[in-house]
Write a protein that binds this ligand. Structure first.
Ligand SMILES: [Zn+2]
Length: 354
């Protein structure tokens, strides 16, 4: 370790659980932050400041004003410019700690790209907002043998569990088995959990607690302090002040960690997903790159009803009242103002291309 690093991380090295050897392991370590919204910004901030050597941030979305209440890496200017979250986060994090290799990737995690985007890293942290992607992360992590940390927050409540392939229960043990459902998992109500995000809102403090527990677990893993891991499902409610931890047993019949049936990893990407937290549908069935500048010129000049065409280097946004379409260079689009995939698809075909 260089003298500068010893000084920078001195308070962490002084902590008996880490020490100099632990800090050196962190500096050599690498982490994926999957999703850079409420949970992801807090996790990424903590891990970058802790000196984790290499961090890859994957996010499909762009910054909006309503994110700023809890997504701690972003500023009003990021929302005004509609910067992709992965880009804005990378920029901010580089300014926080230039000693960390930070890579922001604007992409949607899908069965197609999951193995490529996640492999080669020491730990994966859940910053996603939906169970579809979490179960994909679970399949990918188990199949690649990478530990990952599940977390979710809604309202004043949050939950997290560290998953070590072959060592602990996995997310499918928790969500897909009867025992898991009885233990506080959501057997078949995955969609129900997702729906509550739209209606219940979320407190930034709940996010902060859960994301901090995730970061602490990642630091233990990366520092090689496996004996300190929680090995339990931890839940907390910052409003009622109730904290709980439950042991989750492995399901010997689990399709993911026992039978190695990776349904979500092998499945086809969903043609559309209703995003959590707003009235939006994402279309990502097209896997061809779009020339955003060309599309912008076409929309601005043609006698379409597209209005307020705005773009930056990463995306193009325009309004077709009462909808707002945001198009990314990889062909993805987020259509705001509807939850109906048919309307979203028809707008996509009309304005972006069939
Ligand atoms: Zn399992």
């Amino acid at each position: 370790m260089e003298p500068g690093q010893r000084d920078k991380y001195s308070r962490q090295i002084l902590f008996a659980g880490i020490g100099e050897a632990g800090q050196e392991a962190l500096l050599r370590g690498s982490a994926i932050v999957a999703g850079c919204g409420a949970l992801g910004t807090v996790i990424a901030n903590l891990l970058v400041r802790a000196g984790v050597g290499r961090i890859r941030i994957i996010d499909r979305d762009f910054v909006e004003a309503s994110n700023l209440q809890r997504q701690t890496l972003f500023e009003e200017a990021d929302a005004r410019e509609a910067l992709p979250k992965a880009v804005a986060a990378e920029r901010r994090l580089r300014a926080i700690n230039s000693g960390v290799a930070i890579e922001g990737i604007v992409a949607d995690l899908t069965p197609k790209n999951a193995a490529e985007l996640l492999s080669g890293f020491s730990v994966i942290l859940d910053g996603t907002d939906n169970f579809e992607t979490r179960l994909l992360l679970n399949d990918a992590a188990i199949s690649l043998g990478i530990p990952w940390i599940y977390a979710a927050a809604v309202g004043s409540y949050g939950v997290t569990m560290t998953i070590r392939p072959g060592q602990s229960a996995c997310l499918a043990c928790l969500l897909e088995s009867d025992a898991g459902a009885a233990n506080g998992g959501n057997g078949n109500g995955v969609a129900g959990v997702e729906a509550t995000c739209d209606t219940a809102g979320v407190l930034n403090a709940a996010v902060g607690v859960v994301a901090s527990i995730e970061a602490a677990e990642a630091i233990k893993l990366l520092a090689g302090k496996l004996e300190a891991l929680n090995n339990r499902l931890i839940s907390c409610d910052v409003w009622s002040g109730k904290f709980q931890s439950i042991g989750i047993a492995r399901n010997p019949e689990c399709r993911a960690c026992a039978r190695r049936e990776f349904r979500y990893l092998e499945g086809q990407a969903q043609p559309h997903i209703t995003l959590c937290g707003r009235d939006s549908v994402q279309i990502h069935e097209r896997h061809r790159r779009l020339d955003l500048a060309e599309l912008g010129r076409r929309l601005a000049s043609a006698s379409t009803s597209a209005a307020e065409v705005r773009n930056n280097d990463f995306l193009l946004r325009f309004r077709v009242a009462p909808y707002e379409l945001t198009v990314f260079a990889d062909g993805r689009a987020i259509i705001k103002g509807t939850k109906d995939p048919a309307i979203a698809r028809s707008l996509y075909a009309r304005y972006i291309g069939a």
